[in-house]
Structure formats: C-alpha cells, structure tokens
Write a protein that binds this ligand. Structure first.
Ligand code: GLV
Ligand code: GLV
Length: 323
C-alpha cells in the first residue's frame, strides 16, 4: 500500500526520482513553476502522509486541518522555516525536514556577489554603458566603496553568516564584528568580535544580515537601526525580507542616511515592479536567488526527498528540524 505524498511545485528531477523510485509512496505533484493555488494545496494535502513544500508555501492551521491526522512529515526545500507554523506542527506530532548546510556555500557566494555589486554600483554601471551615460573615463564618476581595510558587521553568525565572513576576510577586511543571541566559538575562524548591536552599527562599513526570521528579528532593521549606521555604510540582506522595515529602509536610502542597500529578499516576494525601492539607484534587489546554482538546487531536492522518505518510514532523517 503506497502512501500519498504531495509536492507543491516542480522541483529538480533528482529529488522526484528519489521519491518515485522509493517504492513506498505515490507522488502527487503540482507540476508547475508557479505557486500552487490555495484550493489545490488544500486538496493536495488531503489524505497525504507526506508534504514536500517550498518557502513560498504558508503551512498554517488551515493547511494542517485540510491534511488531517494522516500527515506525518513535512519536508521543506529550504533552510528557512518561518513559513511553517512550527508550534501547531509539533503539537500534531508531525516531523519536519529542511535543507541546511547544502546551500551554505551557494548562499554565501551570492551574498558576497550582492555586496560587491551594491558597493561598487555594478547594476547602475552596466545600465550606464547601455544607455549612453558612459561618455569618457571620469575620475569622479561611479565611485563606490571597497572592502579592503573595512569593518564588516554580520548580524547572525550562523552557518551562512560564518561562510560569508570567511569569504569576505580575504578581501582585506580589517575587523569582523558580529552580533546575535550568543557568542559563537567558531567566530575565532574569522577573528570575529562579538559586540553589542549599537557598536556593530556604528562601526561597520558593511552591515550584512544573515539571521533567521523569528519574532525577535522581525523588523529588526528599522528607523532606529539605520539611524545608527554610518552614512557611508552599505546594508546587505540575504536572510528574510521581514527582518527589514522597508519603508524605513527607503527613507534611509533616499535621505542619504546610509549609502546603499543590496537585498536578495523582500516583503512581499515578488516585489511589485513599481515598488519605490526599485526606483532608487542605490538599492540593488535580487529575486531571492541565494541558493540558486544548478548543483545546489539538485542536492537540495535530493535531501528534501530523503528527509521525506525517512520521515515516512519512521527513520532518522538526514536533516531533521529539531526545535
Ligand atoms: C532560502 O531562503 C532558504 O531558506 O533556503
Ligand atoms: C541560517 O539559516 C544559517 O544557516 O546561517
């Protein structure tokens, strides 16, 4: 008797193959690159033993009710899990798998690329080449900020934050500050200094946000936060959009309170193309592509599939979210 699993989106073939060849489940797939409509999600989870979802699927009370008591495991194709109603899920005895570690390198690379693109104004410069704004080599034109000799502040020195710090250090970063709930022993690998948030904001030339979205970090980056940053500082966020108050960020960028911002995450996602932040030259916005390399997404899909299968069989998951 094969158990039902519902997969909320077209995912890399490797992961689907793991599921279909397992011999223990039949897969119902929302076979599209677009999000599953809520009604289809509710139908899909009904009677399912397992759910493989994405960070864009809100798994809340309504979905859990629609699934009913058969649902035993939720596997998300992400390291973040703020889209899951964890309390309710735990109360129902449902196990959760996620995909840490395998996306750390890709996400750290993208964050470094975004930081450099923002600090050195690369999208703006590319646009000038195309629109005829490049008239000659100009000593005062298109200047930005460099990492060499700088102070970098990382908010949330977790797996990804540390990987970002390790990549930034060789650019000649002079001091590496970090802030979070607790000091991290592994910070010694980057000579990281644990400092109060105010000190980090006041001293950093680059402020990089790499913390999980939790009630404590929701809207952490707001008026007060940007107000403590240097006017020449660059802000980068590749964690979750809701860590930032975007109206306050807009104000800080348009008033010159801070120099520039690079965002791989926004609220909402997608950001509407007419959003005010997109009109600012000193704001670089990417469409949440931190983990988007071919190989990383393939590996994530296999890990998510193996988490799901292990959960279905009551075994040890390769990456179980233990809270
Ligand atoms: C991406 O944002 C993830 O959580 O994997
Ligand atoms: C957070 O997702 C981390 O792994 O740093």
């Amino acid at each position: 008797q094969l158990v039902k699993v519902f997969v909320t989106r077209r995912i890399p073939q490797e992961g689907l193959k793991v599921l279909s060849q397992s011999g223990i489940c039949h897969v119902q797939l929302w076979d599209s690159d677009e999000p599953v409509p809520q009604a289809e999600l509710l139908k899909g989870v009904s009677g399912a033993r397992g759910l493989l979802c994405l960070l864009s699927d809100k798994i809340d009370q309504e979905v859990l009710d629609a699934a009913g008591p058969d649902l035993k495991v939720i596997s998300t194709l992400s390291v973040g899990f703020d889209h899951l109603a964890i309390e309710d899920i735990r109360n129902r005895g449902i196990r959760v798998g996620y995909t840490p570690d395998v996306l750390t390198d890709a996400t750290a690379e993208l964050t470094v690329a975004l930081l450099l693109a923002t600090a050195r104004r690369i999208p703006e410069a590319v646009a000038e080449v195309k629109n005829g704004g490049w008239s000659t080599w100009k000593p005062l034109w298109m200047c930005g900020y460099g990492l060499s000799g700088s102070t970098v502040g990382v908010i949330g020195l977790g797996r990804i934050g540390l990987a970002i710090a390790k990549r930034l250090k060789p650019f000649g970063v002079k001091r590496l500050l970090y802030w979070g709930r607790t000091p991290k022993p592994e910070a010694s690998e980057v000579e990281g200094e644990f400092v109060p948030l105010d000190a980090l904001l006041g001293e950093s030339d680059f402020v990089v946000v790499s913390c999980a979205l939790t009630p404590e970090t929701q809207q952490l980056c707001s008026k007060d936060f940007f107000g403590k940053m240097k006017k020449t500082a660059v802000f980068v966020n590749s964690s979750r959009g809701a860590v930032v108050n975007q109206e306050d960020l807009y104000e800080a960028l348009s008033s010159g309170q801070i120099a520039a911002a690079g965002l791989d995450v926004t609220t909402p996602e997608p950001l509407p193309p007419d959003h005010p932040l997109l009109k600012l030259k000193n704001c670089v916005i990417l469409p949440h592509i931190g983990s988007a390399t071919y190989s990383t997404r393939g590996i994530m899909s296999v890990l998510a599939a193996n988490n799901l299968l292990a959960g279905l069989m009551g075994g040890k998951m390769p990456s179980e979210l233990v809270l």
